[in-house]
Design a protein around this ligand. Structure first.
Ligand SMILES: [Zn+2]
Ligand SMILES: [Zn+2]
Length: 215
């Protein structure tokens, strides 16, 4: 089951241009099995999701993207409405208490541009970033990142033995499903999604290219 785990829609994410109804249409056209709405610290109203899902041939799940002092984190199975920037420890505590799941989003976005690349940051050094102590998984395929940036995330995930996810991070409709997460089992609802995440029964996949990551 191929699910895009990381999508922003308008108007809940001010930076996105994607109309949720267009999103559903496009996801169906691309033959995705599911999509996750992961706005920036805004939760979808479950009734609104139901409404959107009613005529859809795909599954629609809710997540959330939190900004922490250690970077962005995708969170599933945690539905507390928090608007302020959180310390990663604080978010971890809350999410764990709720039985939720945390993924370090695009952990090496821009690492070449802000110069660390030139300093030849090793995978070893990159693995020591604090964010990785507080997450269950690493986003190793993010549609907005360069292959180098994704590659660094994949190597770090391997080093730390953390599972890797894929998501487009789409803000425009044509950015949808560049990377997805392929789950082994069929997923009907958010509880099942959470269960499969915790079980690690998934791998990041570059959509449509036939190229599959190992984890
Ligand atoms: Zn982000
Ligand atoms: Zn995002």
């Amino acid at each position: 089951m191929r699910i895009d785990l990381h999508i922003h829609t308008s108007p809940l994410s001010a930076c996105s241009y994607i109309d949720p109804r267009d999103l559903v249409q496009e996801a169906q056209r691309l033959k995705l099995d599911g999509i996750c709405l992961t706005e920036h610290q805004v939760l979808w109203d479950p009734d609104q999701v139901d409404k959107l899902a009613r005529e859809a041939a795909i599954k629609i799940f809710r997540g959330n993207e939190f900004t922490t002092n250690q970077g962005d984190v995708l969170v599933f199975g945690f539905f507390e409405d928090i608007k302020e920037l959180l310390m990663i420890q604080e978010l971890r505590e809350k999410v764990q208490k709720a039985g939720g799941y945390m993924i370090a989003a695009h952990p090496f976005r821009g690492f070449k541009t802000f110069g660390i690349g030139q300093l030849q940051m090793t995978v070893e050094q990159a693995s020591r970033r604090k964010v990785f102590e507080f997450v269950d998984a690493v986003e190793i395929g993010n549609g907005k990142l360069s292959p180098d940036e994704n590659d660094m995330a994949r190597k770090v995930a391997e080093t730390l033995n953390l599972p890797g996810t894929g998501g487009s991070d789409a803000h425009r409709i044509d950015e949808l499903a560049t990377w997805v997460t392929a789950f082994e089992k069929n997923i009907e609802n958010e509880q099942e999604l959470l269960k499969e995440l915790h079980a690690g029964r998934f791998r990041a996949t570059e959509f449509g290219s036939g190229k599959t990551e190992d984890r």
